[in-house]
Design a protein around this ligand. Structure first.
Ligand code: CAA
Length: 380
């Protein structure tokens, strides 16, 4: 086994780190406070190839592996999780889903624009009454021959207001249960498609989260992804990869908070010495460092499985479950190490603590990851 990163991976890491420090860090506190979407930064990330990292170059992607993507996600998330969730959703839920399961026309028409960052995408599965219970879709896509008529509401949609292209999961045939669900490509501006108000959130406040309403939206049949009834499997398969991205985001939030806490502990003095010299603080740093390394190994292993054609449903669930727990615990400890300063926005750790929470919720809550993990180990 070789745990070292290749030269190419180190270059990607450095590029993402530089981008985070030079482009994301300035203004990150204000964007969080004012709930401002990082438009300029996302545009630049697209120009640099970070929005279609794993997409083939023939569709304007960067043609990189999943490990490159998680390395970049970690670095961006150390500084700005509101920006990194846009990168994650566009890469692994939208571009990857379209490349893996879309047909050639769909890839030419939509994927090329998404992978270059010309437009960004959204993945629309959750509903007011179908978050974790994702097979209970109330949104309907009624088959009308050459098109579907889409009706319903989607909730908590990342990039909801900013996206141009939406992958929408909806029930066509209720009698067939999850086998009667379809995934449709919906464009902003289609008649009857309305974007609801932006959510006012605890964390990742710079990201753009909305509910969406579909009122008799006519979606051409050529916009269906895969065979009739493939929509739920499409969502599940795509989410397995998405969970690697969110695990990497959680890892980055944890690592960012740890790096700030380490620096602070070496500078701040109390009782006549730097606080890092007190075992109460040194042991916290030891625990944080160990847990982050363990989370990183789970995330990298899952990326490796995906890159090597193995089944990564179990490893992605474990990576997300553990990395998000580490993100939550590490950020709480980072605030504690900062003491009173940790409670103040200027020191960044309170934002990272608020941002960490969503990694235990979106793309499958921690409880859902435990369902996936326990079913996997019990059936073998
Ligand atoms: N790959 C392929 N197929 C899969 C699969 C996978 N990873 N997981 C499940 N399936 C298939 C099953 O095999 C089954 O098909 P068959 O009947 O043909 O065997 C079908 O899907 C239904 O599966 P289950 O019977 O296991 O369904 P369930 O009702 O028990 O639910 C679940 C399974 C794992 C709980 C699922 O509902 C789930 O993952 N829920 C969480 C949804 C979620 O992650 N939402 C996040 C929203 S997206 C988001 O947050 C994006 C964002 O903007 C950031």
């Amino acid at each position: 086994m070789d745990f070292s990163l290749s030269e190419e991976h180190i270059m990607i890491q450095q590029a993402a780190r530089d981008f985070a420090n030079n482009e994301l860090l300035p203004g990150v506190i204000e964007r969080d406070e004012n709930q401002t979407f990082p438009h300029e930064q996302i545009k630049k990330l697209g120009e640099l190839g970070f929005l279609g990292m794993m997409t083939d170059t023939q569709y304007n992607g960067s043609g990189m592996d999943t490990l490159s993507y998680v390395i970049a996600m970690e670095e961006l998330s150390k500084v700005d999780a509101s920006a990194s969730v846009v990168v994650s959703v566009n890469n692994s839920l939208v571009c990857w889903g379209l490349e893996a399961f879309g047909n050639e026309e769909q890839k030419q028409k939509y994927l090329s624009r998404l992978a270059s960052g010309e437009v960004i995408g959204a993945f629309c599965l959750s509903e007011p009454e179908a978050g974790s219970d994702a097979t209970s879709q109330k949104t309907t896509a009624i088959d009308k021959g050459d098109h579907y008529i889409l009706n319903g509401t989607k909730n908590w949609i990342t990039n909801g207001g900013t996206a141009d292209i939406y992958l929408v999961i909806a029930q066509t045939n209720r009698e067939k249960g999850h086998k009667g669900i379809n995934a449709l490509i919906v464009e902003k501006g289609m008649d009857g498609f309305e974007i609801g108000p932006k959510e006012n959130k605890l964390g990742i406040r710079g990201s753009d989260t909305h509910s969406l309403n579909f009122n008799d939206v006519k979606v051409p049949k050529e916009n269906r992804i895969g065979e009739d009834g493939f929509g739920f499997k499409f969502a599940m398969k795509t989410l397995s990869g998405g969970r690697i991205g969110i695990a990497a985001q959680a890892l980055g939030i944890a690592a960012g908070a740890y790096e700030l806490a380490l620096k602070y502990a070496k500078e701040r003095k109390a009782f006549g010495t730097e606080i890092a010299n007190h075992q109460a603080i040194a042991f916290k740093l030891a625990d944080m460092h160990t847990q982050i390394e363990a989370a990183r190994n789970l995330v990298y292993k899952s990326a490796w499985e995906k890159d090597n054609g193995k089944n990564y449903d179990l490893s992605s669930a474990m990576a997300k479950l553990y990395a998000s727990k580490v993100a939550m615990e590490t950020t709480v400890e980072a605030v504690q190490i900062h003491g009173g300063n940790g409670f103040v926005k200027d020191y960044h750790v309170e934002r990272l603590m608020r941002d960490a929470k969503i990694t235990q919720i979106y793309e499958g809550t921690s409880e859902i990851q435990k369902i996936v993990i326990s079913r996997s180990i019990l059936q073998n």
